[in-house]
Design a protein around this ligand. Structure first.
Ligand code: QV4
Ligand code: CA
Length: 473
């Protein structure tokens, strides 16, 4: 439940809207060597919306639990999971189980299942679900049946989120159906899930679903008794009745306050000193699932927020570097595509068919894919985070323009907002010479017997020093 089952790796990349065939290739050609595990977009059959020009969010309106989506077929999905597992890259699925499609929709999905949510109809024969499996209207205290009062848990959890037909999670039938979907993923070799819209589900319903799950399969390399890793999407910005701590018993929780805090900290380095503010309600470290931005707030969905994204590369590198250097939470980094409007789907071959991810000769991506996870700073800091895992931050220093700290006696990190710094600092490291992995050892530090070193940074675009025992080896 709390173990990502990723062989000690500390970072997940969200390959937003990537096709299964591309992810399988990426596991083999990049993710395994770079030390990542990976989150994928919802694999379930979903509505298809030509009238909205096939937006990315059609995949958040499932039609059945058949593994047939814009990213590919079930055969492609199984092949991806197996190939990624065999090179040690674990896969986590974005699981949409609070609801099915929006109201007023009908048609046939790509996997062949029909759906009808027009009027009072709630027909999803691919599961099957019918009207009695959806939350009864009298359980929802809202005028139009939609979520509109975040101060009332019954409103948040029993009403329809933006008109999405809400599953009645109290029923054994619904719990069994969802657990059946998850057990299918487990049997294929998926290591865990993001529970989409968990805030809109009762914690006891999630617990009842999880209690029905099998252990992870040993034939996919998981040690006997391994449990599905769970992280739950609960957006708690101290702005409603629902708090992240209600979900600690059922897994990790997304910590959206971290997105705002890191954005503020990069703008004003002094703020980095109190990045993790438990007084403000932030989740405890061993339950916090953190990221600088996600697929919603990078495009203003889900309340958006003041977040830093790949569109400001210099700030973004600092935000991700700091996130990976510090010791709070389990971390995920974003891998995006460029967009002009917030509904726009991934790069396509025209219409509905998602384009391949292009890998350029220099290792960057083309064809409209950003591939933040392939940027130099991200790759190097993932190496750093994996190697210093288990140590805590110490020797913290911050003068408002530059910041530095050690990770136990394993690693040392420094970052300079204006691109340069020159300070004598305690590194926490044993005496010796250590080279900066960020610039491929163009710069280095000499640590004396007392653990101090002269730390110089002169690099405007990537103003970061990261050294550790074993780094760059
Ligand atoms: C619209 C109106 C409704 C109206 C309805 C009538 O908004 O008021 O009743 O039409 O038909 C899409 C459209 C949305 C539309 C809805 C239903 O954007 O306008 O309703 O479909 O047809 C993603 C997108 C949503 C999208 C949804 C389903 O962000 O825009 O809605 O997918 O396709 C809160 C929650 C949090 C949530 C976040 C977005 O607490 O849980 O909002 N985040 C997750 C995902 C997110 C996803 C969902 C939840 C839903 O991260 O990507 O929403 O699965 O903060
Ligand atoms: Ca609900």
């Amino acid at each position: 439940l709390y173990d990502p089952n990723c062989n000690g790796k500390q970072v997940m990349v969200h390959l937003f809207e990537w096709k299964w065939t591309d992810i399988a290739a990426e596991c083999e050609r990049y993710l395994a060597g770079a030390g990542f595990c990976g989150q994928v977009s919802p694999p379930t059959e979903h509505v298809i919306l030509p009238e909205n020009n096939y937006p990315w969010w059609q995949r958040y309106q499932p039609v059945s639990y058949k593994l047939y989506s814009r990213s590919g077929s079930e055969a492609d999905f199984v092949d991806m999971v197996r190939r990624c597992n065999s090179v040690g890259v674990r896969i986590y699925v974005d699981a949409v189980v609070n609801h099915m499609t929006g109201t007023g929709r009908s048609g046939t999905a790509d996997g062949g299942s029909t759906y009808n949510s027009v009027g009072d109809a709630r027909d999803f024969p691919g599961v099957p679900y019918s009207a009695e499996h959806f939350t009864p209207r009298d359980q929802c205290p809202s005028g139009d049946g939609n979520v509109n009062d975040y101060s009332n848990p019954s409103n948040v959890r029993n009403c329809y989120l933006v008109s999405l037909t809400d599953l009645y999670g109290r029923l054994d039938y619904v719990r069994d159906a969802v657990a059946g979907y998850f057990n299918h993923l487990i049997q294929v070799g998926v290591a865990g899930i993001r529970i989409d819209a968990a805030k809109h589900m009762w914690p006891e319903d999630i617990a009842a679903i999880l209690s029905r799950l099998n252990d992870l399969p040993t034939d996919q390399g998981f040690p006997a008794g391994s449990k599905f890793y769970v992280f739950q999407e609960v957006i708690d910005q101290n702005d409603g009745a629902i708090k992240v701590d209600e979900y600690y018993d059922t897994g990790y929780v997304t910590e959206f306050r971290y997105c705002s805090k890191i954005a503020w900290g990069i703008k004003d380095y002094g703020q980095l000193s109190n990045l993790i503010d438990y007084g403000w309600g932030m989740a405890r470290s061993d339950r916090a699932f953190i990221f600088t931005d996600n697929h919603d707030n990078q495009r203003g969905h889900g309340g958006g927020g003041n977040v830093i994204t790949h569109e400001s590369p210099r700030d973004y590198k600092q935000a991700v570097a700091y996130t990976l250097a510090q010791d709070y939470g389990f971390t995920r980094i974003m891998s995006s595509y460029f967009f002009d409007n917030t509904d726009q789907g991934p790069p396509s071959n025209g219409g509905y068919s998602t384009a391949d991810v292009i890998i350029n000769a220099d290792g960057s991506c083309g064809g409209g894919w950003v591939c933040e996870h392939r940027w130099n700073v991200m790759k190097k800091m993932v190496e750093f985070r994996n190697l210093v895992a288990g140590t805590t931050m110490a020797n913290y220093w911050n003068n408002g323009n530059a910041v530095a700290f050690s990770r136990g006696n394993q690693g040392f990190f420094a970052m300079a907002k204006q691109g340069s710094m020159s300070e004598t600092l305690q590194t926490g490291l044993p005496a010796g010479s250590y080279c900066n992995i960020i610039d491929d050892c163009a710069s280095s530090i000499q640590v004396g017997a007392d653990g101090t070193a002269q730390v110089n940074i002169n690099n405007y675009e990537e103003p970061i020093m990261a050294v550790c025992i074993g780094c760059g080896g």
